[in-house]
Design a protein around this ligand. Structure first.
Ligand SMILES: NC(=O)C1=CN([C@@H]2O[C@H](COP(=O)(O)OP(=O)(O)OC[C@H]3O[C@@H](n4cnc5c(N)ncnc54)[C@H](OP(=O)(O)O)[C@@H]3O)[C@@H](O)[C@H]2O)C=CC1
Ligand SMILES: O=C1O[C@H](COP(=O)(O)O)[C@@H](O)[C@H](O)[C@H]1O
Length: 527
């Protein structure tokens, strides 16, 4: 299938935008069903006044327009409880986009994009508002040639996901007409445990067919995360050693330096494990541990990830294999910061964890006896996400003990963010007349190796939604399997005696997390 015509809103040519060479390890060039840029369509954005919409979604839509990846006539309908006209909506979005977009802001691109903006005021329990929304979508089809193709993006508090899907069904919006498509994009978290995830799924998939449901896990939209597939399956040198014969353990770290940052209402009661381990970190684990999929089509990729998630085993003694903590006041660099319990909107005496660590095993031949340690926390020393694959020591060292005193374990570190790249750590002879071996590193950095810029995760994912390309979106089975892993941990923690340790902001989390590693004779890396 030949690509559809670039959007007239583009101010850049195909070659200068890199569209022809758009890095996409997942798109199968043999798959003739998929065009390269989106066909006629519109997006309805619920929660358009929210934090995520302002900082990520709207800027990503602008960036797509700027790169010429949106179709002519692309339209965006904002839905929110405000008394705005279309122009007021445009002004608010303008300010957010000019502040957060990744590509340069061009008024001409903006003006073109903004011509397709519409605003519908309403709340989620307001039938009339959804009827008006339906009329607006029909009008856009007639006036701007969207073909009726519509993506409904639910960037709203998770408690409303079900209600909005039901409204989309009631108003007829969920039903495609005249050969058009209707898709729903659901933000995370999908449920707060296995039971609620199943209940929510029954509603969502009762309204939309499974292949029209796009569950967002924005980590899968990150270039460095997709590169895990290239690293493992496009090369010959890594896969032979990617198993328990050579690997000692794997550490997956997602550290943030920010606190709850105005999201207290959402975060309190949810906590670090539900917020990011259930989704982002388990997805990283699945991509690190999975077998080679027979293709990168959604069904094959998801099937391999599911096998990993289904074979995860939690240690019996969760007191020894988990750690949790809550940030106390401290220093973030030179800035004095308050503790979690002092943040606005946090319930007095809240026992929500802002740090969580977990040891798990993957019960397969490839991974037998290789622990995977996951940790995440807010108000840690710095923002960094990485996957460190740490190797066993060489079985024999023909050196004196002093010669290898400074030799650690070999490691491959996938630097997901912010310094995107890969580090190899190995021992090397220290120059001089003595034989002395010391750890050195070899680095690949995206910034120095590629001139192409990584698209923002949301940019990639939104485009995939418009294309109907689903490998980067977890299906419900993965969500269920992830809750199956986390539910027993949450249950264990909810018992009153489960330890919740305060840790100073600006450090590397509670001491119980270091103790968890020490019990296994290991320690966390300091990224
Ligand atoms: N913010 C982030 O960094 C991330 C957020 N997410 C997920 O994205 C989603 C949105 O999060 P976020 O933007 O932070 O949330 P916010 O609380 O900032 O925004 C929520 C939005 O939903 C609207 N809304 C809430 N209740 C109603 C209602 N009854 N009727 C109509 N509109 C309503 C709000 O409108 P109003 O302005 O009127 O209150 C607002 O636009 C959540 O699912 C979250 O888990 C995922 C990853 C990161
Ligand atoms: O999903 C979430 O992710 C963000 C961190 O995203 P990143 O891309 O900056 O790593 C986190 O702050 C938030 O709590 C969580 O809901």
């Amino acid at each position: 299938m030949s690509p559809t015509t670039p959007s007239t809103t583009s101010n850049t040519s195909a070659s200068s935008t890199g569209r022809a060479t758009r890095p996409n390890p997942l798109r199968d060039p043999e798959d003739k069903r998929l065009p390269v840029i989106a066909g006629p369509c519109c997006m309805v954005l619920f929660g358009v006044t929210g934090d995520l919409a302002r900082k990520k979604i709207m800027p990503a839509i602008y960036d797509l327009a700027n790169r010429g990846l949106l179709p002519p006539g692309f339209s965006l309908v904002g839905f929110a409880r405000r008394d705005w006209a279309d122009q007021d909506f445009g002004k608010i979005v303008h300010d957010a986009v000019s502040q957060y977009a990744r590509t340069p802001f061009h008024e001409s691109v903006w003006d073109n994009l903004a011509e397709g903006f519409r605003f519908v005021p309403g709340t989620f329990d307001d039938d009339e508002a959804f009827d008006l929304l339906s009329a607006t979508v029909d009008q856009l089809q007639r006036e701007r040639g969207t073909g009726g193709n519509t993506a409904f993006y639910l960037s709203i508090p998770p408690g409303f996901f079900g209600q909005v899907c039901e409204q989309l069904a009631r108003s007829g919006l969920a039903t495609p007409r005249d050969g058009s498509w209707r898709r729903v994009v659901i933000e995370k978290p999908f449920g707060h445990d296995l039971k609620s995830a199943r209940e929510l799924n029954a509603i969502v998939e009762g309204v939309f067919p499974p292949d029209s449901v796009f569950r967002i896990d924005h980590y899968l939209g990150k270039e460095t995360v997709q590169n895990l597939l290239a690293l493992r399956f496009a090369n010959q040198m890594f896969e032979p050693i990617w198993n328990s014969n050579y690997i000692d353990h794997v550490q997956i770290t997602m550290a943030e330096d920010i606190g709850v940052a105005g999201r207290a209402g959402y975060y309190d009661g949810i906590g670090a494990a539900r917020d990011v381990i259930q989704n982002h970190l388990l997805q990283l684990l699945a991509l690190t541990a999975m077998e080679e999929p027979i293709s990168f089509q959604a069904e094959h990729l998801r099937a391999e990830k599911e096998k990993v998630l289904a074979s995860v085993r939690l240690p019996k003694d969760l007191a020894k294999a988990t750690a949790r903590g809550q940030y106390a006041p401290g220093w973030q660099g030179s800035e004095k910061v308050i503790g979690f319990l002092d943040e606005e909107g946090i319930k007095k005496g809240s026992t929500t964890e802002t740090f969580a660590a977990l040891k798990i095993e993957v019960d397969t031949r490839r991974w037998a006896g290789v622990p995977f340690y996951l940790r995440t926390g807010k108000r840690l020393a710095k923002r960094v996400t990485e996957i460190a694959v740490v190797f066993k020591r060489a079985p024999h060292l023909p050196f004196t003990d002093t010669a290898t005193e400074e030799l650690g374990q070999n490691a491959i570190v996938i630097r997901v963010q912010p310094d995107e790249g890969i580090t190899l750590r190995f021992g090397s002879k220290v120059p001089g007349t003595q034989m002395e071996v010391r750890d050195v590193t070899m680095d690949f950095g995206y910034g120095s190796s590629f001139t192409e810029k990584s698209p923002e995760a949301y940019e990639r994912l939104i485009l995939d939604v418009l294309l109907g390309d689903s490998p980067l979106f977890p299906r419900h089975e993965e969500v269920e399997l992830s809750w199956r892993i986390l539910d027993p941990v949450e249950k264990f923690w909810s018992r009153q005696h489960a330890k919740l340790e305060q840790y100073p902001s600006g450090g590397w989390g509670p001491t119980c997390s270091d103790e968890m590693m020490a019990r296994d004779g290991r320690e966390w890396r300091m990224p």
